[in-house]
Design a protein around this ligand. Structure first.
Ligand code: ASP
Ligand code: MG
Length: 417
């Protein structure tokens, strides 16, 4: 019999009514003949409350105790859903991370899953037709036996890891949107829902700030080739025709995507800040003198542009950091001034990064050039550019980000007709 993992996020289990709605989705799949493992998040807002309590208890607290506290949100949902399922006549049992177990490393607060034991779940599917309701987001440290959590949004990762462990045919991610879109529909009303998207593309979209799924869950899906289907939990279970493909977006291997578009999606982020170091000495070791201290300060540098020096003596170097780290980055550079050697530092926080993503870029030339031309025609100045195999990004004034996203969305034929 085919197995299915169904994951429900916080808004989908926000109260008992929604949990009952979730239970009807589960019942539908059980009746369709699937062996089902459900992975749940904490009820909406609960994790935030638990995190806030830890902070209020002590600004600096032991990460092991943070995990002990925040892991409880999912336990409540799992127990409640099992109760509701039983009430509907569906045999179900709840599971916490330690009971399977889901083993992780000891990076409390953002632990990585090392191994999931699905054997007992599979035995119970077989012998008792029992649905497993699993608390997402949590695991067990393999040596200390203490509870760990997987980082915010981590129940997506729990779901994909469990799907891999029980060789599920699919991992359905039920959420408050009905799929993955070509870009943010709030900005571009003509954004289209994608039928399919390749793991690599989804990884870029998620890394660039599309909040549909935790980045690690996509990585894990790619590694284990788990088909992930993003769909809405707000669709009424009764309205779903089991004989039809439900609406949603399948995240899958690129070989399964037939009609390949060159560009699949456009992402943007206003959480970047630009730093330009003027008249840096143009000699070996300078980049190391700049980026070494930033790395030591745990500041992630994204785009980097170095101008060719006109005089052979000095050059300008521009890079971006997360806006939250902007002040710290400037400080770090200022402290390293004598080691680096430069004239002055300029910066800007009113910038946005717009990224164009598509595996088709591997085999098509001139994709980015087209964008530069279109942006120029709109008088949008580009401050920095980065490219990789399947994406390119431009840094522009934040005021133009929406115009830029719309322009590129139309340019690459992504508008819905
Ligand atoms: N409840 C956790 C969070 O809010 C995990 C999750 O929902 O995926 O981050
Ligand atoms: Mg989530």
């Amino acid at each position: 019999m085919a197995r299915l993992v169904m994951k429900f996020g916080g808004t989908s289990v926000a109260d008992l009514d929604r949990i009952r709605n979730v239970a009807r989705h589960v019942k539908r799949e059980v009746e369709a003949g699937y062996e089902v493992a459900v992975v749940v998040s904490a009820m909406a807002g609960v994790t935030n409350q638990l995190v806030a309590w830890c902070r209020d208890a002590a600004m600096l607290h032991d990460a092991r105790e943070y995990d002990a506290v925040v892991a409880t949100g999912e336990e409540v949902t799992a127990g409640l859903l099992a109760i509701v399922l039983e009430g509907m006549g569906v045999n179900a049992r709840s599971w916490q991370g330690w009971q399977l177990p889901i083993l992780t490393d000891n990076a409390h607060g953002s632990a990585r899953i090392l191994d999931v034991n699905g054997a007992e779940l599979i035995r119970r599917f077989r012998e008792q037709q029992q649905v497993a309701v699993i608390a997402g987001f949590q695991g067990l440290h393999k040596d200390t036996g203490r509870v760990t959590t997987l980082g915010r949004g981590g129940s997506d990762t729990s779901a994909v890891a469990i799907a891999a462990a029980i060789q599920a045919a699919r991992c359905d991610i039920y959420t408050d949107v009905d799929g993955v879109y070509t870009t943010d529909p709030r900005i571009v009303p003509k954004a289209r829902r994608l039928d399919k998207i390749a793991y690599e593309e989804m990884l870029e979209l998620a890394s660039l700030g599309a909040k549909v799924m935790q980045v690690r869950s996509v990585e894990l899906g790619m590694m284990h080739n788990v088909p992930i289907f993003v769909r809405s939990s707000f669709e009424k279970p009764e309205d779903i025709d089991p004989s039809k493909r439900p609406s949603g977006t399948l995240i899958c291997d690129e070989s399964e995507i037939m009609e390949e578009q060159i560009v699949t999606g456009i992402a943007y982020s206003k959480d970047e800040a630009q730093i330009s170091i003027r008249r840096v000495q143009d000699k070996p070791g300078v980049a190391a003198a700049i980026f070494g201290p930033l790395a030591d300060a745990n500041i992630n540098v994204d785009m980097i542009v170095q101008n060719v020096s006109a005089d052979g003596q000095t050059t300008d170097l521009t890079f971006t950091v997360p806006s939250a780290d902007y002040e710290r980055a400037r400080d770090t550079i200022a402290k390293a001034k004598s080691a680096i050697g430069f004239d002055r530092v300029d910066g800007a926080t009113d910038v946005a990064k717009v990224s164009v993503i598509g595996i088709g870029m591997r085999s098509h030339a001139g994709v980015a050039a087209k964008a530069f031309k279109a942006l120029a025609e709109r008088n949008i100045n580009i401050r920095a550019i980065t490219t990789s195999e399947i994406k390119f990004s431009v840094l522009i004034d934040a005021a133009y980000s929406e115009l830029a996203v719309r322009t590129l969305h139309t340019l690459y034929g992504l508008d819905k007709s």
